[in-house]
Design a binder for this molecule. Structure first.
Ligand SMILES: Cc1cc2nc3c(=O)[nH]c(=O)nc-3n(C[C@H](O)[C@H](O)[C@H](O)COP(=O)(O)OP(=O)(O)OC[C@H]3O[C@@H](n4cnc5c(N)ncnc54)[C@H](O)[C@@H]3O)c2cc1C
Length: 437
Protein backbone atom coordinates (compact mmCIF):
# COMPACT_ATOMS: atom_id res chain seq x y z
CA UNK A 1 0.00 0.00 0.00
CA UNK A 2 1.40 3.43 -0.98
CA UNK A 3 0.97 6.02 1.74
CA UNK A 4 2.08 9.65 1.53
CA UNK A 5 2.33 11.98 4.51
CA UNK A 6 2.60 15.68 3.77
CA UNK A 7 4.55 17.62 6.40
CA UNK A 8 7.38 16.61 8.71
CA UNK A 9 6.36 18.40 11.93
CA UNK A 10 5.34 16.39 14.99
CA UNK A 11 1.99 15.41 13.40
CA UNK A 12 3.53 14.03 10.20
CA UNK A 13 6.47 12.43 11.95
CA UNK A 14 4.40 10.59 14.53
CA UNK A 15 1.84 9.53 11.91
CA UNK A 16 4.75 8.07 9.91
CA UNK A 17 6.12 6.35 13.01
CA UNK A 18 2.76 4.84 14.07
CA UNK A 19 2.04 3.56 10.55
CA UNK A 20 5.58 2.22 10.03
CA UNK A 21 5.30 0.35 13.34
CA UNK A 22 2.30 -1.48 11.84
CA UNK A 23 4.41 -2.69 8.93
CA UNK A 24 3.33 -0.01 6.44
CA UNK A 25 6.00 1.94 4.53
CA UNK A 26 4.89 5.57 4.35
CA UNK A 27 6.67 8.29 2.40
CA UNK A 28 6.86 11.59 4.28
CA UNK A 29 7.42 14.79 2.30
CA UNK A 30 8.71 17.91 4.08
CA UNK A 31 9.34 21.15 2.26
CA UNK A 32 11.96 22.40 4.74
CA UNK A 33 15.50 21.00 4.74
CA UNK A 34 15.03 19.67 8.28
CA UNK A 35 12.25 17.90 10.15
CA UNK A 36 10.28 19.47 13.02
CA UNK A 37 8.00 22.16 11.53
CA UNK A 38 7.10 24.74 14.20
CA UNK A 39 9.12 22.80 16.76
CA UNK A 40 12.25 22.64 14.60
CA UNK A 41 15.57 24.08 15.66
CA UNK A 42 18.66 25.84 14.40
CA UNK A 43 22.30 25.85 15.42
CA UNK A 44 23.23 28.81 17.63
CA UNK A 45 26.83 27.60 17.30
CA UNK A 46 28.20 24.48 15.60
CA UNK A 47 26.53 21.44 17.21
CA UNK A 48 24.39 23.48 19.65
CA UNK A 49 20.72 23.30 18.71
CA UNK A 50 17.85 25.42 19.95
CA UNK A 51 14.17 25.68 18.97
CA UNK A 52 13.30 28.56 16.64
CA UNK A 53 10.27 29.14 18.87
CA UNK A 54 10.59 28.41 22.63
CA UNK A 55 9.28 24.95 23.59
CA UNK A 56 8.70 23.00 26.79
CA UNK A 57 6.26 20.34 28.00
CA UNK A 58 3.84 20.26 30.91
CA UNK A 59 3.61 17.26 33.24
CA UNK A 60 0.18 16.44 31.73
CA UNK A 61 1.65 16.18 28.20
CA UNK A 62 1.51 12.43 28.65
CA UNK A 63 1.13 11.44 24.98
CA UNK A 64 4.48 12.87 23.97
CA UNK A 65 6.20 11.94 27.24
CA UNK A 66 5.06 8.33 26.75
CA UNK A 67 6.27 8.40 23.15
CA UNK A 68 9.70 9.58 24.33
CA UNK A 69 9.73 6.69 26.82
CA UNK A 70 8.70 4.21 24.10
CA UNK A 71 11.70 5.41 22.06
CA UNK A 72 13.93 4.63 25.09
CA UNK A 73 14.82 8.30 25.43
CA UNK A 74 13.33 8.95 28.88
CA UNK A 75 16.81 9.80 30.23
CA UNK A 76 16.79 12.85 27.94
CA UNK A 77 13.75 14.39 29.65
CA UNK A 78 14.81 17.22 31.97
CA UNK A 79 12.36 18.31 34.67
CA UNK A 80 12.52 21.86 36.05
CA UNK A 81 10.65 24.10 38.51
CA UNK A 82 11.25 27.36 36.68
CA UNK A 83 10.30 30.83 37.86
CA UNK A 84 7.22 32.33 36.21
CA UNK A 85 6.54 36.05 36.56
CA UNK A 86 4.07 38.66 35.51
CA UNK A 87 4.77 42.13 34.07
CA UNK A 88 2.24 44.89 34.57
CA UNK A 89 2.55 48.64 34.80
CA UNK A 90 6.35 48.47 34.40
CA UNK A 91 6.77 46.12 37.37
CA UNK A 92 7.68 42.42 37.53
CA UNK A 93 5.82 40.16 39.98
CA UNK A 94 6.96 36.61 40.66
CA UNK A 95 4.04 34.18 40.23
CA UNK A 96 5.32 30.59 40.36
CA UNK A 97 3.36 29.14 43.26
CA UNK A 98 0.29 29.82 45.44
CA UNK A 99 2.72 31.34 48.00
CA UNK A 100 3.71 34.01 45.44
CA UNK A 101 0.05 34.96 45.07
CA UNK A 102 0.03 36.10 48.71
CA UNK A 103 2.77 38.65 47.86
CA UNK A 104 1.21 39.63 44.50
CA UNK A 105 0.80 43.31 45.37
CA UNK A 106 -0.66 44.21 42.04
CA UNK A 107 -4.04 43.00 43.33
CA UNK A 108 -6.06 43.90 46.41
CA UNK A 109 -6.84 41.06 48.86
CA UNK A 110 -10.29 40.72 47.25
CA UNK A 111 -8.57 40.52 43.86
CA UNK A 112 -6.12 37.84 45.01
CA UNK A 113 -8.98 35.78 46.40
CA UNK A 114 -11.02 36.23 43.23
CA UNK A 115 -8.07 35.12 41.05
CA UNK A 116 -7.34 32.13 43.27
CA UNK A 117 -10.98 30.99 43.36
CA UNK A 118 -11.35 31.45 39.61
CA UNK A 119 -8.34 29.24 38.81
CA UNK A 120 -9.53 26.56 41.27
CA UNK A 121 -13.07 26.67 39.87
CA UNK A 122 -11.76 26.49 36.29
CA UNK A 123 -9.63 23.45 37.12
CA UNK A 124 -12.66 21.68 38.61
CA UNK A 125 -14.81 22.09 35.48
CA UNK A 126 -15.09 18.72 33.76
CA UNK A 127 -17.69 19.41 31.08
CA UNK A 128 -17.01 22.40 28.95
CA UNK A 129 -20.21 22.49 26.86
CA UNK A 130 -21.58 25.40 28.91
CA UNK A 131 -18.46 27.44 27.98
CA UNK A 132 -18.76 26.72 24.27
CA UNK A 133 -20.95 29.70 23.46
CA UNK A 134 -19.19 32.16 25.74
CA UNK A 135 -16.19 34.28 24.94
CA UNK A 136 -13.36 34.15 27.47
CA UNK A 137 -14.16 37.74 28.45
CA UNK A 138 -17.88 36.98 29.02
CA UNK A 139 -16.91 34.06 31.23
CA UNK A 140 -14.31 36.09 33.12
CA UNK A 141 -16.78 38.92 33.74
CA UNK A 142 -19.26 36.40 35.16
CA UNK A 143 -16.75 34.74 37.47
CA UNK A 144 -13.96 37.18 38.42
CA UNK A 145 -13.81 40.60 39.99
CA UNK A 146 -13.49 43.56 37.62
CA UNK A 147 -10.00 44.23 38.99
CA UNK A 148 -8.82 40.73 38.03
CA UNK A 149 -10.36 40.99 34.56
CA UNK A 150 -8.82 44.40 33.87
CA UNK A 151 -5.38 43.88 35.40
CA UNK A 152 -4.76 40.23 34.51
CA UNK A 153 -6.88 38.50 31.92
CA UNK A 154 -7.88 41.23 29.51
CA UNK A 155 -4.30 42.48 28.93
CA UNK A 156 -3.06 38.87 28.64
CA UNK A 157 -5.71 38.11 26.00
CA UNK A 158 -4.89 41.37 24.20
CA UNK A 159 -1.17 40.57 24.31
CA UNK A 160 -1.66 37.14 22.77
CA UNK A 161 -4.53 37.71 20.34
CA UNK A 162 -4.39 41.45 19.55
CA UNK A 163 -7.65 42.68 18.05
CA UNK A 164 -9.20 39.19 18.32
CA UNK A 165 -8.97 39.31 22.15
CA UNK A 166 -12.71 39.73 22.72
CA UNK A 167 -13.64 36.89 20.36
CA UNK A 168 -11.57 34.12 21.99
CA UNK A 169 -13.56 31.18 23.26
CA UNK A 170 -13.97 30.58 26.98
CA UNK A 171 -13.05 26.96 26.21
CA UNK A 172 -9.58 28.03 25.07
CA UNK A 173 -8.91 29.93 28.29
CA UNK A 174 -10.42 27.22 30.51
CA UNK A 175 -8.14 24.61 28.97
CA UNK A 176 -5.03 26.74 29.28
CA UNK A 177 -5.74 27.33 32.98
CA UNK A 178 -6.55 23.67 33.58
CA UNK A 179 -3.49 22.26 31.84
CA UNK A 180 -0.93 24.85 32.89
CA UNK A 181 -2.36 25.08 36.42
CA UNK A 182 -2.14 21.35 37.02
CA UNK A 183 1.47 20.96 35.82
CA UNK A 184 2.71 21.14 39.43
CA UNK A 185 4.95 19.20 41.78
CA UNK A 186 3.98 18.12 45.31
CA UNK A 187 4.78 21.60 46.63
CA UNK A 188 2.45 23.12 44.02
CA UNK A 189 5.41 24.67 42.17
CA UNK A 190 5.13 24.76 38.39
CA UNK A 191 6.78 21.71 36.83
CA UNK A 192 7.97 21.80 33.23
CA UNK A 193 9.94 19.44 31.03
CA UNK A 194 12.47 19.92 28.28
CA UNK A 195 14.26 17.53 25.92
CA UNK A 196 18.04 17.45 26.39
CA UNK A 197 19.75 18.53 23.17
CA UNK A 198 16.59 20.29 21.95
CA UNK A 199 13.36 19.19 20.28
CA UNK A 200 15.21 18.95 16.95
CA UNK A 201 17.14 15.92 18.20
CA UNK A 202 13.85 14.20 19.11
CA UNK A 203 12.51 14.93 15.60
CA UNK A 204 15.69 13.53 14.02
CA UNK A 205 15.39 10.39 16.17
CA UNK A 206 11.77 9.90 15.09
CA UNK A 207 12.89 10.29 11.48
CA UNK A 208 15.59 7.60 11.96
CA UNK A 209 13.05 5.22 13.52
CA UNK A 210 10.68 5.71 10.57
CA UNK A 211 13.52 5.00 8.12
CA UNK A 212 14.64 1.91 10.08
CA UNK A 213 11.07 0.58 9.97
CA UNK A 214 11.07 0.92 6.18
CA UNK A 215 9.50 4.38 5.72
CA UNK A 216 11.00 7.05 3.49
CA UNK A 217 11.64 10.71 4.28
CA UNK A 218 11.95 13.28 1.51
CA UNK A 219 13.26 16.66 2.66
CA UNK A 220 13.51 19.97 0.78
CA UNK A 221 10.68 19.02 -1.53
CA UNK A 222 7.18 20.39 -1.52
CA UNK A 223 3.85 18.96 -2.55
CA UNK A 224 2.48 21.35 -5.15
CA UNK A 225 -0.47 19.38 -6.45
CA UNK A 226 -2.72 16.51 -5.49
CA UNK A 227 -4.07 14.84 -8.62
CA UNK A 228 -7.52 13.32 -8.21
CA UNK A 229 -8.42 10.04 -9.87
CA UNK A 230 -10.15 10.60 -13.26
CA UNK A 231 -12.90 8.14 -12.21
CA UNK A 232 -13.47 9.64 -8.75
CA UNK A 233 -12.53 13.27 -8.16
CA UNK A 234 -12.65 12.75 -4.39
CA UNK A 235 -9.82 10.17 -4.51
CA UNK A 236 -6.24 11.38 -4.75
CA UNK A 237 -4.21 9.23 -7.07
CA UNK A 238 -0.96 11.10 -7.54
CA UNK A 239 1.09 13.62 -5.65
CA UNK A 240 3.19 16.08 -7.60
CA UNK A 241 6.30 17.51 -5.94
CA UNK A 242 8.13 20.74 -6.76
CA UNK A 243 11.11 18.67 -7.91
CA UNK A 244 8.88 17.10 -10.60
CA UNK A 245 8.67 13.73 -8.82
CA UNK A 246 5.24 12.15 -9.01
CA UNK A 247 4.21 9.73 -6.27
CA UNK A 248 1.31 7.33 -6.66
CA UNK A 249 -0.75 6.87 -3.53
CA UNK A 250 -3.47 4.76 -1.98
CA UNK A 251 -3.84 7.14 0.98
CA UNK A 252 -2.62 10.64 1.72
CA UNK A 253 -2.28 12.34 5.10
CA UNK A 254 -2.23 16.14 5.19
CA UNK A 255 -0.66 17.83 8.22
CA UNK A 256 0.03 21.48 7.19
CA UNK A 257 -2.24 24.32 8.24
CA UNK A 258 -5.78 24.65 6.87
CA UNK A 259 -5.12 27.37 4.22
CA UNK A 260 -2.35 25.19 2.71
CA UNK A 261 -4.63 22.14 2.72
CA UNK A 262 -7.40 24.14 1.05
CA UNK A 263 -5.03 25.27 -1.69
CA UNK A 264 -3.98 21.69 -2.34
CA UNK A 265 -7.58 20.46 -2.54
CA UNK A 266 -9.45 23.20 -4.44
CA UNK A 267 -12.17 20.85 -5.70
CA UNK A 268 -13.12 20.01 -2.08
CA UNK A 269 -13.44 23.66 -1.12
CA UNK A 270 -15.72 25.30 -3.62
CA UNK A 271 -17.44 27.02 -0.71
CA UNK A 272 -15.09 29.61 0.77
CA UNK A 273 -16.73 29.48 4.24
CA UNK A 274 -15.90 25.82 4.80
CA UNK A 275 -13.22 25.33 7.50
CA UNK A 276 -13.15 29.09 7.97
CA UNK A 277 -10.23 29.08 10.37
CA UNK A 278 -7.99 32.08 10.93
CA UNK A 279 -4.47 32.07 12.31
CA UNK A 280 -2.06 34.48 13.88
CA UNK A 281 1.56 34.51 12.78
CA UNK A 282 4.46 34.69 15.20
CA UNK A 283 7.70 36.61 15.00
CA UNK A 284 10.29 35.49 17.49
CA UNK A 285 13.55 37.25 18.08
CA UNK A 286 16.19 35.09 19.74
CA UNK A 287 18.87 37.05 21.60
CA UNK A 288 22.11 35.32 22.53
CA UNK A 289 23.37 37.31 25.51
CA UNK A 290 26.51 37.52 27.62
CA UNK A 291 24.45 38.12 30.76
CA UNK A 292 21.18 36.94 32.20
CA UNK A 293 18.19 39.30 32.29
CA UNK A 294 16.63 37.81 35.42
CA UNK A 295 15.87 34.54 37.23
CA UNK A 296 12.52 34.22 35.42
CA UNK A 297 12.02 31.63 32.68
CA UNK A 298 8.55 32.71 31.60
CA UNK A 299 7.58 36.36 31.92
CA UNK A 300 3.92 36.89 31.03
CA UNK A 301 3.38 40.39 29.78
CA UNK A 302 0.10 42.11 30.60
CA UNK A 303 1.25 45.63 29.89
CA UNK A 304 0.16 47.36 26.69
CA UNK A 305 3.27 49.59 26.82
CA UNK A 306 5.46 46.52 26.14
CA UNK A 307 5.04 45.13 22.62
CA UNK A 308 5.71 41.40 23.29
CA UNK A 309 3.43 38.75 24.75
CA UNK A 310 6.29 37.12 26.60
CA UNK A 311 9.96 37.33 27.44
CA UNK A 312 11.23 33.79 27.72
CA UNK A 313 14.71 33.26 29.11
CA UNK A 314 15.35 29.74 27.88
CA UNK A 315 18.54 29.33 29.90
CA UNK A 316 16.46 29.54 33.09
CA UNK A 317 14.84 26.28 31.88
CA UNK A 318 17.92 24.56 30.45
CA UNK A 319 21.31 25.48 31.90
CA UNK A 320 23.53 28.06 30.10
CA UNK A 321 26.31 25.44 30.36
CA UNK A 322 24.52 23.59 27.51
CA UNK A 323 24.88 26.71 25.34
CA UNK A 324 28.54 27.58 25.80
CA UNK A 325 27.72 29.70 28.88
CA UNK A 326 25.46 32.04 26.89
CA UNK A 327 22.06 33.29 28.04
CA UNK A 328 19.20 32.90 25.59
CA UNK A 329 16.12 35.10 25.47
CA UNK A 330 13.11 34.82 23.18
CA UNK A 331 10.96 37.87 22.48
CA UNK A 332 7.69 36.55 21.14
CA UNK A 333 4.96 38.39 19.29
CA UNK A 334 1.76 36.97 17.80
CA UNK A 335 0.37 39.18 15.05
CA UNK A 336 -1.34 39.11 11.65
CA UNK A 337 1.04 38.54 8.70
CA UNK A 338 -0.01 41.92 7.36
CA UNK A 339 1.22 43.72 10.51
CA UNK A 340 4.03 46.19 9.97
CA UNK A 341 6.07 44.56 12.75
CA UNK A 342 5.90 41.15 11.08
CA UNK A 343 7.48 42.61 7.97
CA UNK A 344 9.87 45.11 9.54
CA UNK A 345 13.53 44.68 8.46
CA UNK A 346 15.60 42.85 11.08
CA UNK A 347 17.87 45.73 12.05
CA UNK A 348 14.95 48.04 12.70
CA UNK A 349 13.01 45.29 14.51
CA UNK A 350 16.00 44.54 16.74
CA UNK A 351 16.36 48.20 17.68
CA UNK A 352 12.64 48.44 18.41
CA UNK A 353 12.78 45.28 20.54
CA UNK A 354 15.88 46.12 22.54
CA UNK A 355 14.57 49.61 23.32
CA UNK A 356 11.46 47.98 24.82
CA UNK A 357 13.59 45.46 26.70
CA UNK A 358 15.65 48.27 28.25
CA UNK A 359 12.48 49.84 29.62
CA UNK A 360 11.67 46.52 31.28
CA UNK A 361 15.23 45.75 32.48
CA UNK A 362 16.96 49.16 32.90
CA UNK A 363 20.38 47.53 33.47
CA UNK A 364 20.18 45.67 30.13
CA UNK A 365 22.49 47.05 27.45
CA UNK A 366 22.89 46.28 23.73
CA UNK A 367 26.53 45.39 24.48
CA UNK A 368 25.22 42.17 26.10
CA UNK A 369 23.99 40.94 22.71
CA UNK A 370 26.31 38.53 20.90
CA UNK A 371 23.94 37.32 18.19
CA UNK A 372 20.35 37.81 17.08
CA UNK A 373 18.23 35.26 15.23
CA UNK A 374 14.88 36.11 13.71
CA UNK A 375 12.17 33.48 13.11
CA UNK A 376 8.74 33.91 11.61
CA UNK A 377 5.85 31.49 11.19
CA UNK A 378 2.82 32.43 9.17
CA UNK A 379 0.45 29.87 10.72
CA UNK A 380 1.52 29.89 14.35
CA UNK A 381 -1.74 29.92 16.32
CA UNK A 382 -5.26 29.01 15.20
CA UNK A 383 -7.70 31.59 16.57
CA UNK A 384 -10.16 29.63 18.68
CA UNK A 385 -13.29 31.75 18.70
CA UNK A 386 -16.69 31.13 20.31
CA UNK A 387 -18.46 28.10 18.81
CA UNK A 388 -15.16 26.79 17.35
CA UNK A 389 -16.41 23.20 17.69
CA UNK A 390 -18.66 23.76 14.67
CA UNK A 391 -15.68 24.77 12.52
CA UNK A 392 -13.45 21.79 13.28
CA UNK A 393 -12.10 20.14 10.13
CA UNK A 394 -12.93 16.41 9.97
CA UNK A 395 -10.20 13.73 10.18
CA UNK A 396 -11.12 12.33 6.80
CA UNK A 397 -12.96 13.63 3.76
CA UNK A 398 -16.06 11.56 2.97
CA UNK A 399 -15.56 8.70 0.52
CA UNK A 400 -11.98 9.69 -0.14
CA UNK A 401 -8.53 8.41 0.68
CA UNK A 402 -7.57 11.77 2.19
CA UNK A 403 -6.84 12.04 5.93
CA UNK A 404 -6.39 15.32 7.78
CA UNK A 405 -4.29 15.76 10.89
CA UNK A 406 -3.68 19.45 11.47
CA UNK A 407 -3.12 21.80 14.42
CA UNK A 408 -6.52 23.49 13.95
CA UNK A 409 -8.34 20.24 14.83
CA UNK A 410 -6.99 20.27 18.35
CA UNK A 411 -9.91 21.07 20.63
CA UNK A 412 -10.78 21.66 23.43
CA UNK A 413 -7.03 21.70 24.10
CA UNK A 414 -4.77 24.25 22.39
CA UNK A 415 -2.09 23.31 19.84
CA UNK A 416 1.14 21.78 21.12
CA UNK A 417 3.51 18.93 20.30
CA UNK A 418 1.71 16.68 22.81
CA UNK A 419 -1.56 17.09 20.94
CA UNK A 420 0.15 16.61 17.59
CA UNK A 421 1.15 13.14 18.88
CA UNK A 422 -2.29 12.49 20.42
CA UNK A 423 -4.19 13.42 17.27
CA UNK A 424 -1.73 11.59 14.99
CA UNK A 425 -2.53 8.45 17.01
CA UNK A 426 -6.27 9.08 16.58
CA UNK A 427 -5.94 9.55 12.81
CA UNK A 428 -3.60 6.58 12.29
CA UNK A 429 -5.99 4.37 14.34
CA UNK A 430 -8.92 5.55 12.21
CA UNK A 431 -7.00 4.68 9.05
CA UNK A 432 -5.84 1.28 10.34
CA UNK A 433 -9.39 0.41 11.37
CA UNK A 434 -10.69 1.40 7.91
CA UNK A 435 -8.18 -0.71 6.01
CA UNK A 436 -8.68 -3.72 8.26
CA UNK A 437 -12.49 -3.81 7.85
C1 LIG B 1 5.74 30.53 19.35
C2 LIG B 1 5.35 29.09 19.56
C3 LIG B 1 5.59 28.48 20.79
C4 LIG B 1 5.22 27.16 21.00
N1 LIG B 1 5.49 26.58 22.21
C5 LIG B 1 5.20 25.28 22.39
C6 LIG B 1 5.58 24.63 23.60
O1 LIG B 1 6.14 25.22 24.50
N2 LIG B 1 5.30 23.29 23.72
C7 LIG B 1 4.67 22.59 22.73
O2 LIG B 1 4.48 21.39 22.88
N3 LIG B 1 4.27 23.19 21.59
C8 LIG B 1 4.51 24.51 21.40
N4 LIG B 1 4.16 25.13 20.23
C9 LIG B 1 3.26 24.42 19.28
C10 LIG B 1 3.96 23.35 18.49
O3 LIG B 1 5.13 23.86 17.88
C11 LIG B 1 3.00 22.88 17.41
O4 LIG B 1 1.75 22.55 17.99
C12 LIG B 1 3.49 21.63 16.69
O5 LIG B 1 4.86 21.74 16.39
C13 LIG B 1 2.66 21.45 15.42
O6 LIG B 1 3.13 20.35 14.69
P1 LIG B 1 2.41 19.96 13.34
O7 LIG B 1 3.19 18.86 12.73
O8 LIG B 1 0.96 19.73 13.58
O9 LIG B 1 2.47 21.25 12.42
P2 LIG B 1 3.75 21.99 11.79
O10 LIG B 1 4.85 21.98 12.78
O11 LIG B 1 3.24 23.28 11.27
O12 LIG B 1 4.16 21.03 10.59
C14 LIG B 1 3.62 21.13 9.31
C15 LIG B 1 4.76 20.85 8.33
O13 LIG B 1 4.25 20.81 7.01
C16 LIG B 1 5.25 21.34 6.13
N5 LIG B 1 4.60 21.71 4.89
C17 LIG B 1 3.72 22.72 4.68
N6 LIG B 1 3.30 22.71 3.39
C18 LIG B 1 3.93 21.68 2.78
C19 LIG B 1 3.90 21.15 1.45
N7 LIG B 1 3.12 21.69 0.49
N8 LIG B 1 4.69 20.08 1.18
C20 LIG B 1 5.47 19.53 2.14
N9 LIG B 1 5.53 19.99 3.40
C21 LIG B 1 4.76 21.03 3.72
C22 LIG B 1 5.80 22.52 6.93
O14 LIG B 1 7.06 22.90 6.45
C23 LIG B 1 5.83 21.94 8.35
O15 LIG B 1 7.08 21.35 8.65
C24 LIG B 1 4.55 26.43 19.97
C25 LIG B 1 4.34 27.04 18.73
C26 LIG B 1 4.72 28.36 18.51
C27 LIG B 1 4.47 29.00 17.19
Amino acid sequence: MKIAIIGGGFSGLTLAYFLAKKGLKPTLIEKDKILGGLASGFEIAPGIWLEKFYHHWFSNDTDILNLVKELNLASSIISVNPVTSFYYNRSIFRLSSPKDLVHFNLLSWEGKLSLFLFTIRARLIKRFDKLENLTALDWLRQTCSEEVVNKIWKPLLQGKFGTYYDQISAVWLWNKIKLRGSSRDNLQRELLYYFKGGFQSLCEELGHRVARLGGQILLSDEVVKLDPSPGNPRRIEKIVLRSGTVLECDAVFLTPSVPIIKNLLPEHFQEKTQWDIHYLANRCLVLILKKSLSETYWLNVADPSFPFVGVIEHTNLDSPSNYGGKHIVYLSKYLPVTDELFNMPLEEYTQFSTASLRRMFPEFSETWIEKVFDWRAEYAQPIVTRGYKNKLPPFTLDASNVYICTMAQIYPEDRGTNYAVKYAKKVSDLFLERISS
